[in-house]
Design a binder for this molecule. Structure first.
Ligand code: 5GP
Length: 178
């Protein structure tokens, strides 16, 4: 996008290292559990983190996708969550790992957790690449957090600004956002 300056906040190397740690922790957590495991990507933002994370999980599991839109091309959370893609297979009785890109107010995570709970999984484990503790409006259980960041708008590694910048290999901050 013309005229936008982005600074590198979290490098590709740091993201890869942390992703590996979380993948290893998840592998350990479920290695002796005989119930089916399903790892869910929350689209669109988590798709890059998800694809790196699942390759660090050394177990058999199913891949599922949930689509939500909460920002509507703006930088402020609207608080309203719109589901754009539903799960393709039942999760009843399964161990579910929910993979988010970022937890900001917590409203999206709260919505997703109640959506999943209503489908009676055996367990739900939450993973988010980024967390903004200062922006919390509703507390949600976050089992694995990649990085906690200050209350600033970030892009890259799956996260967008007006649909762009998802392809940046690092997490960056827009320097000149009004
Ligand atoms: P929440 O419902 O927790 O307020 O917001 C969660 C969603 O808002 C995330 O899944 C993400 O799509 C979006 N979001 C929140 N903070 C940021 C940010 O700093 N950058 C980007 N690109 N999206 C964000």
């Amino acid at each position: 996008m013309m005229g936008i300056k982005i600074s590198n906040m979290i490098t590709e190397e740091k993201i890869q290292k942390r992703t590996q740690e979380i993948g290893t922790a998840l592998s350990e957590k479920f290695k002796d559990d005989t119930s089916p495991l399903v790892v869910i990507s929350v689209l669109k933002g988590s798709f890059i983190f998800y694809s790196d994370l699942i390759r660090q999980i050394d177990l058999d599991f199913g891949c599922e996708f949930l689509g939500v839109a909460s920002y509507h091309a703006n930088v402020k959370s609207s608080g309203e969550v719109k589901m754009t893609l539903d799960l393709a297979t039942p999760i009843e009785g399964k161990n579910v790992v929910l993979v988010e890109d970022i937890v900001d107010t917590g409203l999206t995570m709260q919505y997703l957790l109640s959506y999943l709970k209503a489908r009676h999984p055996k367990s739900i484990t939450t993973v988010t690449l980024l967390h903004k503790p200062e922006a919390t409006q509703v507390q949600c259980p976050l089992d694995y957090i990649g990085f906690s960041i200050s209350n600033e708008f970030v892009v890259g590694y799956g996260l967008d600004y007006q649909g762009y910048f998802r392809n940046l290999p690092y997490i960056g901050k827009i320097e000149n956002l009004n």
